[in-house]
Structures are given as C-alpha cells and as structure tokens.
Design a protein around this ligand. Sequence first.
Ligand SMILES: *Cc1c(COP(=O)(O)O)cnc(C)c1O
Length: 221
Amino acid sequence: MNALRDNLFKITSGLPDGVRIIAVSKTKPLELIREAYEAGQRLFGENRVQEILWKAPELPADIQWHLIGHLQTNKVKQVLPYVSMIHSVDSIRLLETIQKEAAKINRVIPCLLQVHIAMEETKFGFSAEELNSFFEKLNPREYPNIQFAGLMGMASFVDDEDQVRKEFRSLKILFDHIQIVANHNLADFKELSMGMSGDYPIAVSEGSTLVRIGTLLFGIR
Ligand SMILES: *Cc1c(COP(=O)(O)O)cnc(C)c1O
C-alpha cells in the first residue's frame, strides 16, 4: 500500500476534467517527490527559490516546477531556467524583471498574476482595480517573453465557507472580465490557480483550473 499514491488518486478522481493538481512539495524531501512522480505526478509547486534550485537538478527533467510563493526581483534570474510557471507575480516591477531576464535566456515564461482576495492584510497581490486597469492598458508586445496565463489567489484562512466561496467567486469574476477585455490579444489566458488542501473543493466548484495541494498529499509540514 502506498499512501501518497492513494491520496493522489483520491484527489484526482474527484476533480472535473481540465482541473490539474500542483503537488506542493515545499519542505518535503526528494524521496517523497520521487514517490509522487512514480505515481504519475508531473506538476510540482514550491514557494521558495532556493528549494527549487537544489531540488530540480536532483529530480527527473520532465518535472514541471511551478513557483507559487513570493518572488523577489533579485532572485528572478536564478530561478527562471527551472520554472515552467510562476503563480505569484504580484507587482509590475516583478513582471518587468521577469521580462528582462527571460529575454536574456530566450524563454517565454507562463505567468499568473496574483490577486489579493483574502481579508488578511499580509498576503501579496494586486487588487482587482489594479489588474483591471493594467489589462485595459496592456500592450502584450511590451512583454514578448511573458505569457499571460491567468490569475492566482488565496482565500482567507477561515472556517467560514461562505466567506471563502465569496472570495473565490470574486476572483473568477475578475478572471472572466479580463478574458473578455483582453481576449483578442491574450490567447493563453486560461488558468485560474485557486484552492489548497483545506478549500480546494470550493475553489473547484467556483471555477479553478489549478489546485495547489500540499498537506493532503504529503502530510502536514
Ligand atoms: C503551501 C502552499 C500551498 C499548499 O498548502 P496546503 O494547505 O498544504 O495544501 C498552496 N499555495 C501556496 C501559495 C502555498 O504557499
């Protein structure tokens, strides 16, 4: 019996088509990541640059690493060669740095813009207003090495399901709105990264396409 494989299967079988799991392996050893890999998992999420830098070279090359935590501009250059998506783009300055560094290595980086939807003050991210005005003015040709792939958000850490649902719903509404505003030039704007171990069923029912699951797969940290 393999608990990790069972957990993965249980979560996957409850997800609608088109919703993918990011296995959040932060703080977890290579051995557990390999186990998930052998069970078929290919998308892994880390929230710290250093952890991707040491883990990625030790593990199979077809793992897709998603950076899900706050990224400092001075670490962009180091991490870009390893990431297949950044979920946590939370400022224009960061976006510009990613553009500049991605151009140097001739890559196009799929990026999700992080939106602040929770009640807590400490979370990073844009407000809905900021993003609306950003996308209204956006000329994607100014960011040839960025693929605007969608949005990411984290709901409040509360037991109140209605509150959590309301926050995910607001993110979905913003996502739909931006798709309409920018549709003609953002063909790849398709991903809505929302939902973690504690709230992913709600996120999925509100339209998530990427759920970021750590604890439910790997156990508590
Ligand atoms: C740690 C983390 C997760 C996963 O959290 P779990 O509750 O363990 O599933 C998801 N998203 C982000 C941004 C994280 O830092």
